[in-house]
Design a protein around this ligand. Structure first.
Ligand code: PGA
Length: 256
């Protein structure tokens, strides 16, 4: 795992995503607050520098169960509002789990099949929850899990109430999320974390044991994972001196 500590995580992340976009690769996208600056930077590059996503497909990590697609907080709508409506990707190429399916178990299986049929995800963008989740794989998630229904952690419901008029009772309790096994099949994992509120989860992800109690720690099993942090999110790391040294002393020509 490569850990990059920088004042501008969105620039490092946008550079990585740009490389995949230029090759028309399949992008795994995330919602939440963390990737917003990265999306804004990619939209800027699209508008000002001609960066095109026209050949790309995109797969979202997760979706709330029971929210209609047109609900402002469904992830189907959120990713369009925050990112894909402002670039040149085909709308039909932006995929998300079907949170309104009558049979959500079958919908989870169908989503894994759709990812496979697209040839897999080349680059998966990730945030991390304060409880260590990626996607909505809450503590205790099987490290081999596939796209499936999960019940949200009360902490996640509290964290996400800000998107629902600060009213926890409006936050759905159930979601469809790519599983940890699904996420591990992506070619490159790119996790961004910012702010002091994430420092404990980041330390567990990078320096704790691989364990279901911190689902993000599964990144330690992936051969190509890049974790991009601002200094506040990195504050709990024991070996930050080494991570900075390793990035500053990369062999010539080695990218992320
Ligand atoms: P955030 O959420 O980016 O809104 O902090 C991250 C997550 O829950 O994965």
């Amino acid at each position: 795992m490569e850990i990059v500590i920088t004042e501008r995580p969105e620039i490092v992340a946008a550079d990585i995503i740009e490389k995949y976009a230029r090759e028309g690769k399949t992008l795994g996208l995330a919602t939440g607050s963390t990737p917003l600056k990265t999306y804004q930077e990619l939209i800027r590059r699209h508008k000002e520098e001609g960066l095109s996503f026209a050949q790309c497909q995109a797969f979202l990590l997760d979706e709330y169960l029971g929210l209609p697609r047109e609900h402002e907080q469904s992830y189907y709508r959120t990713i369009r509002r925050e990112f894909t409506d402002s670039i040149d990707i085909e709308d039909s190429a932006v995929h998300s789990p079907d949170g309104t399916a009558a049979d959500p178990v079958a919908a989870g299986n169908r989503y894994d099949e759709a990812i496979k049929a697209a040839g897999g995800i080349d680059m998966q963008l990730l945030g991390i929850g304060t409880d260590g989740h990626i996607g909505f794989n809450e503590p205790g998630s099987s490290l081999a899990s596939r796209t499936r229904v999960k019940t949200l952690h009360p902490q996640t419901i509290r964290d996400n109430a800000r998107f629902f008029n600060n009213d926890e009772s409006q936050v759905p309790h159930h979601v469809l999320t790519q599983g940890l096994g699904t996420i591990l099949e992506a070619g490159h994992l790119l996790l961004i974390a910012t702010g002091a509120g994430k420092s404990e989860a980041v330390a567990a992800l990078a320096e704790g044991p691989v364990a279901a109690v911190c689902p993000a720690s599964v990144l330690q099993l992936h051969p190509h994972a890049t974790v991009v942090l601002d200094p506040d999110a990195a504050a709990g790391l024991k070996h930050s001196e080494y991570y900075r040294f390793a990035v500053d002393n990369k062999l010539a020509g080695q990218g992320y």
